[in-house]
Ligand binder design. Structure first.
Ligand SMILES: Cc1cc2nc3c(=O)[nH]c(=O)nc-3n(C[C@H](O)[C@H](O)[C@H](O)COP(=O)(O)OP(=O)(O)OC[C@H]3O[C@@H](n4cnc5c(N)ncnc54)[C@H](O)[C@@H]3O)c2cc1C
Length: 460
């Protein structure tokens, strides 16, 4: 695909307002802060202009305005991603782009850039279908899928990116293009997994899967059994078939009266489980882990696929958080001990969540569509999340690094979506040859670097 550099003369703010149907805000407008607010309130993202895009045409007009005025472009849907700070930018806010079209016969959905997984669930559940959502339905479909998209159902079906049929994107020349898996587009391949610095996606079309219900949920074990439960999980999890998914988390829960009483202010170990097959089989597969320690609470049973949030029970947000993650080639007994030394019950830690997810199954199978999803040869992924507030708030970064360093001997790459601030170091995400290829694709499609703001490595 050849790119024509837009050489249009600079345009004024009133030109931009006339060119887009959605609102345009500057820091002087009272709506400006709310437009940029999102899930993660740890950092307030900066911008000089925010365009509340309502369509691909609005996004294209915003990109052309930014190019003409030498502004770098950022994009924001829900604010679940790592927050990038930067000035002199035009941020495209996609939260108004909420169109969803479901084709139950073809088993596909086409969604706008502002759609969240909970909106997809509401539209697909009546047809007995589901998309490959992650642990929280408040996450945006586009940002999640472009980052790979690791679902609790991923071992059975692969990454969300593996199921994308087409992408509508505004490229650096301000043109709306539709890319699909069959046309051999390197932009399609790079967007799906490498996500940033390539364009603003305005819609995606993806496969829906025939999953109406699943057996699963979570079991909260007492924190003083952390060692027993983690070691038992390490041996049990890899024995599961592909239709089962599991993860485990050390949780430091706040004394929040909205939490169930047995969990308030507790350190707990949370085993999460999903199984899309026969509930009787699913229950018997889960049995060995149930006896790993004293159970505080559980919500295991048959749930609608649309109730996938019941598995991880992620915080509803907004909340301040910082995170770091890494993938592992194996989870040995020594790796579990190292993790417990860094974040177990004997450590005074500001980390709210330290989780390990089992990969494998279709997550390591060859890609169904060409894409750049990182971490495909990993067996587990580890993510640590801290809240930079409270008495230990200033130690969060040190503890996050402590977790990642502890498991470094077993590390193998990282998943873009689950690497947090470490995603800024792309060396860990892709092998060198692939990094160079991705950089070449970025240079070719965005020679002026207007999207460099969305590519953390290019932040200058
Ligand atoms: C509570 C929680 C649970 C999560 N669970 C999972 C999980 O189970 N599996 C998983 O894989 N990930 C998970 N994530 C990570 C999440 O998928 C990523 O942070 C994702 O980038 C969020 O996208 P967003 O649009 O919601 O957030 P935003 O912060 O709005 O966007 C994040 C980034 O996505 C990119 N982006 C967003 N929209 C566009 C667009 N239209 N065009 C181009 N780029 C765009 C940009 O780089 C942007 O900076 C979770 C995150 C949180 C906070």
């Amino acid at each position: 695909m050849s790119i024509t550099i837009d050489q249009s003369p600079s345009s004024s703010l009133s030109d931009l307002r006339a060119a887009v149907a959605g609102p345009v805000f500057t820091p002087d407008d009272p709506e400006f802060g709310a437009e940029l607010a999102g899930f993660n309130v740890a950092v307030t993202p900066g911008a000089s202009i925010v365009v509340g895009a309502t369509s691909a045409a609005d996004v294209a007009a915003a990109v052309r305005h930014a190019r003409a005025n030498g502004l770098r472009i950022g994009v924001r849907a829900t604010g679940h991603g790592p927050v990038l700070e930067g000035g002199n930018q035009l941020t495209i806010s996609t939260s108004r782009m909420t169109d969803i079209t479901v084709d139950p016969i073809a088993r596909t959905a086409r969604v706008g850039a502002g759609v969240r997984w909970r909106d997809v669930a509401a539209a697909t559940a009546p047809h007995g279908l589901t998309g490959l959502a992650g642990s929280s339905s408040s996450v945006g479909v586009v940002g999640y899928t472009l980052g790979g998209g690791l679902s609790p159902f991923g071992r059975e079906f692969g990454y969300a990116a593996d199921h994308v049929r087409s992408i509508e994107v505004v490229t650096a020349d301000g043109i709306v293009r539709t890319l699909d898996a069959t046309a051999g587009s390197d932009l399609f391949t790079a967007l799906l997994g490498a996500r940033d610095g390539l364009g603003i996606v305005t819609a995606i079309e993806f496969d829906l899967l025939p999953v109406a219900t699943f057996y699963g949920g979570g079991i909260f074990f007492a924190g003083n059994a952390a060692s027993d439960v983690l070691h038992a999980w390490r041996q049990w999890a890899p024995t599961l078939p592909e239709e089962a998914g599991t993860s485990i988390a050390i949780l430091r829960l706040p004394p929040d009266p909205n939490l169930p009483p047995p969990l308030q202010g507790q350190l707990a170990v949370h085993v999460r489980y999903t199984h899309t097959g026969d509930p009787g089989v699913a229950e018997s597969l889960l049995a060995p882990i149930r006896s790993a320690g004293p159970v505080l609470l559980e919500n295991v049973g048959v749930h609608p696929a649309a109730a996938l949030d019941a598995v991880h029970m992620d915080p509803p947000g907004p909340m301040p958080s910082v995170e770091q993650g890494v993938a592992l080639g194996e989870l040995t007994a020594s790796a579990v001990d190292a993790l417990l030394d860094a974040a177990g019950p004997d450590v005074a830690s500001p980390l709210a969540i330290v989780e390990i997810r089992l990969l494998g199954g279709k997550l390591v199978a060859p890609q169904r569509v060409p894409n750049a999803v990182s971490g495909r040869d990993a067996a587990f992924t580890v993510l640590a999340i801290g809240v930079p507030a409270g008495p230990l708030g200033d130690q969060v970064e040190a503890h996050l690094s402590g977790v990642v360093d502890a498991v470094a001997p077993w590390s193998r790459g990282a998943l873009l979506n689950l690497s947090g601030r470490r995603a800024h170091n792309r060396d860990e995400l892709w092998p060198q040859a692939q990094r160079e290829h991705l950089a070449e694709i970025r240079r070719r499609h965005d020679p002026a670097g207007v999207f460099s703001l969305t590519d953390p490595n290019n932040l200058g």
